[in-house]
Design a protein around this ligand. Structure first.
Ligand SMILES: [Zn+2]
Length: 505
């Protein structure tokens, strides 16, 4: 974690947020469906009057037998419940998997055992992870305009990851409500010191409903990430943020926050509204109790499993998701689903007895949610292999219907990969949208080292209803949609491992 204070730098420096910034900078990639013919090297303008044709290079990489295999993988995925069974076990049997927990380590063992059973070469890679455990978390307003004598208003909240603790009996302080960082700065130290600051940044539901969910998330999550530190810098005794999410079920959303040295929590949107309403009328005062603990770091693991390539086993295609989760729910959509579809990619290739030229490497990352120790370790240990990492894919935006892939690729690579995306057209997962940043926190380091990266682009409209809440549970996954995700990842992963020529950089 770098100590960059400016927000833009902060967003870019924290890997979990890179997927957010992708959405700030993307332009729609209009697919080059109308490719220049092999005979004519000059690019032709798009034509809606001509059928789509593969270029000579695309035909060389995607001969009919490979296209037929991609079709078989897709069909097999649409009738396969392997990924669902994996998600069910990870969530219902094992449960929440925060970094450093016994459940996270049980998940490591379960995923490793499953991948061994599928015939992959499995390795556990040691990762030192933080171990933070939630404690009591209660809050009530003890003074506010119109208060009925002898009563208090309950405030529903949860601690943010890494939060420090209040005294066991809690602390009591006046609350100041601000809508943004400018408003906090305008108050200055004089009006902030000794107070509890509430950042009441509203999640933009209209953007989310229009499909710009991650843009809305990017705007709001800055307050979760940087708000507590900004409040602490002006002498606040605690910081609260309005939950970063868009459902109206009075659910608090936890998440990572830059260590601020003061207790930090997220209140529900409803409770943020309540406090803003009362604060506009006069003084409000809160008793706040948060008693999380930061324990000793723990040795945990990335699970790395290779399905060896037949011709170029040293060349890798990474398919991945992250195994750790937040502790409030059971981490179904974030991100047991991602791990499960990556595992199913290997399961399908084995079941259909296919053998790609290159190695398909399944990775279940550890500690994406609280610092990214797993991917940082991998980047350090494997940087020498990155020139032979042909591509890396991560699924970490939920389990809803896939629309295609976000891709941080060169123009040549997008063009080269077009037939693989086209193979997913029948399930609507054929968009290849160019991204300025790696579409996944765990593959961001690889991307910076020049490895082409892709992320499944799910329909994100409901993702932030449940993200990082107690409601991220198995029932939020629609089995048919998870099967489509498995199809998308398996087809794309296999294509990258099977083409004659590796993906251009
Ligand atoms: Zn995630």
């Amino acid at each position: 974690m770098t100590k960059i204070r400016c927000l833009a730098g902060f967003l870019l420096s924290y890997p979990s947020l890179t997927k957010v910034t992708n959405f700030l900078l993307i332009g729609f990639y209009i697919s080059a469906s109308f490719t220049a013919s092999a005979q004519n090297q000059k690019p032709k303008p798009p034509s809606w009057a001509a059928p789509q044709e593969m270029s000579a290079a695309q035909r060389e990489n995607f001969p009919a037998p490979l296209l037929e295999e991609l079709g078989r993988i897709k069909e097999a995925a649409l009738g396969d419940d392997y990924a669902y069974q994996v998600v069910a076990h990870l969530t219902q049997n094992i449960g929440p998997r925060p970094s450093g927990s016994a459940q996270a380590e049980a998940a490591v063992d379960y995923v490793a055992e499953e991948l061994r059973r599928l015939g992959l070469e499995v390795r556990l890679e040691e990762v030192k992870v933080p171990h933070w455990v939630r404690g009591a978390e209660t809050a009530r307003l003890v003074e506010y305009p119109g208060q009925v004598p002898g009563t208090a208003q309950k405030i529903v909240l949860t601690a943010l990851g890494g939060s420090t603790a209040t005294p066991a009996e809690g602390l009591e302080a006046d609350v100041v409500v601000v809508n943004n960082f400018d408003a906090l700065r305008a108050l200055g130290r004089e009006k902030v010191a000794g107070k509890i600051v509430l950042f009441n940044e509203v999640f933009d539901k209209q953007k989310a409903e229009a499909g710009l969910t991650f843009y809305a998330y990017g705007e709001a999550v800055r307050y979760r990430g940087a708000g507590p530190r900004a409040a602490a810098d002006l002498g606040a005794v605690a910081a609260l943020v309005r939950s970063v999410g868009d459902a109206d079920f009075r659910l608090p959303h936890t998440g990572w926050s830059f260590p601020a040295g003061i207790p930090a929590g997220a209140v529900t949107a409803e409770d943020a509204e309540l406090m803003a309403h009362l604060a506009a009328q006069g003084k409000i005062r809160m008793r706040l109790t948060l008693t999380p603990q930061k324990l000793e770091d723990v040795v945990s693991h990335n699970v790395i499993a290779d399905l060896k390539g037949s011709e170029h086993p040293e060349e890798m295609v990474v398919v991945s998701g992250h195994l750790d989760s937040w502790d409030l729910g059971t981490g179904a959509i974030d991100d047991a689903a991602g791990v499960a579809v990556a595992m199913e990619a290997a399961e399908l290739v084995q079941k259909l007895k296919l053998r790609p030229r290159r190695t398909i490497r399944v990775i279940a990352w550890m500690d994406e949610e609280s610092g990214g120790a797993g991917s940082k370790t991998y980047d350090k240990e494997h940087v020498g292999e990155f020139p032979r990492h042909v591509a890396a894919i991560e699924s970490d935006s939920g389990a809803a219907h896939p629309l295609g892939f976000e891709a941080k690729l060169s123009k040549e690579a997008v063009e080269a990969l077009r037939p693989a995306a086209d193979a997913l057209e029948s399930i609507g997962a054929n968009v290849l949208r160019e991204s300025a940043y790696a579409p996944g926190a765990d593959i961001a380091g690889m991307s910076e080292a020049g490895v082409p990266t892709l992320g499944i682009m799910q329909d994100g409209r409901t993702y932030f209803h449940y993200h990082h809440t107690a409601a991220d549970t198995l029932d939020k996954i629609v089995p048919g949609e998870l099967r489509e995700n498995a199809a998308a990842l398996a087809v794309m992963g296999y294509a990258l491992a099977a083409t004659k020529n590796p993906l251009p950089r």
